[in-house]
Design a protein around this ligand. Structure first.
Ligand SMILES: Nc1ncnc2c1ncn2[C@@H]1O[C@H](COP(=O)(O)OP(=O)(O)OP(=O)(O)O)[C@@H](O)[C@H]1O
Length: 246
């Protein structure tokens, strides 16, 4: 088994006592892992720790076998990240933004910028200023930047957040295409249950900072639940019942 992401006992508590508690999960090569949970469940917190943007109080994240906290450069060498809204320089063109980002990767062929523009469907607007782009276009530009170096793992936090139907479908198609054609492994979060059903083969359900269920999508539904939404509501009810009995 080729394990790409290993998270063990990850815990972080903010001053307001919110945060994440004892999260453990693993992602294998080729998985499209959906990290599902309502707003405030702790998805971004986990992803920021995974990307080295925040530190855990306890626990470990290993990417490609390297500990992110202890061995950041090696852990992140084959990882692309898009966390929260993509940052770009609004006064520059989409293309210029990508060319600037490409400078971080010495040895990247110049043609790669064209390739990723094509992949995300921005070739026709590549010379327009980013502040003229729609939210969906900005999000696709963020995705283009995240895939520039041909990462083997993409960590995407709410990649379709705030997008309209077409924008959402477009991002979903790009993700599925990369998973299929380049065998990119994905760890992506969403609070949209339908998204998870359409894209992910493995799902972790996060609720109030705890991973309440985790596993292959088909196993989680297990014939008992028609949809993930039903499963989620069932699990939350069970969790509340268990807490009430303590
Ligand atoms: N820097 C911080 N200081 C204090 N509390 C924080 C901080 N970052 C996150 N939190 C709290 O931790 C909890 C988890 O937040 P997080 O952003 O990880 O959730 P999320 O699942 O990504 O939700 P969303 O979909 O709304 O982004 C929330 O209650 C949030 O208010």
């Amino acid at each position: 088994m080729d394990t790409i992401v290993e998270i063990e006992g990850l815990t972080k508590t903010f001053r307001n006592r919110r945060g994440i508690r004892d999260i453990s999960l693993s992602v294998r090569r080729g998985d499209v892992y959906g990290f599902f949970g309502p707003n405030g469940a702790g998805k971004t917190t986990v992803m920021k720790i995974m990307a080295g943007l925040s530190r855990a109080d306890r626990g470990k994240v290993r990417l490609f076998g390297h500990d992110v906290a202890a061995n950041y450069e090696q852990a992140m060498a084959k990882v692309g990240v898009l966390i929260e809204t993509a940052e770009a320089y609004g006064y520059m063109s989409g293309r210029k933004n990508l060319e600037m980002a490409a400078r971080f990767y010495p040895g990247l062929p110049a043609s790669r910028v064209d390739e990723v523009l094509e992949l995300v469907g921005l070739s026709n607007v590549q010379r327009e200023r980013v502040d003229q782009y729609s939210l969906g276009m900005k999000q696709r530009l963020g995705l283009a930047a995240a895939v520039l170096s041909k990462p083997e793992l993409l960590v995407l936090d709410e990649p379709t957040n705030g997008l309209d139907i077409e924008g959402t479908v477009h991002i979903r198609e790009i993700i599925l295409r990369l998973a299929r054609e380049e065998r990119t492994t994905f760890f992506l979060s969403s609070h949209l249950v339908h998204e998870m059903e359409l894209m992910c083969n493995r799902i972790g359900i996060l609720h109030e900072g705890k991973l309440i269920r985790e596993g292959p999508r088909s196993e989680l539904l297990g014939g008992r639940f028609a949809t993930l939404e039903e499963l989620f509501l069932h699990e939350v009810r069970e969790e509340r019942r268990a807490i009430a009995h303590v």
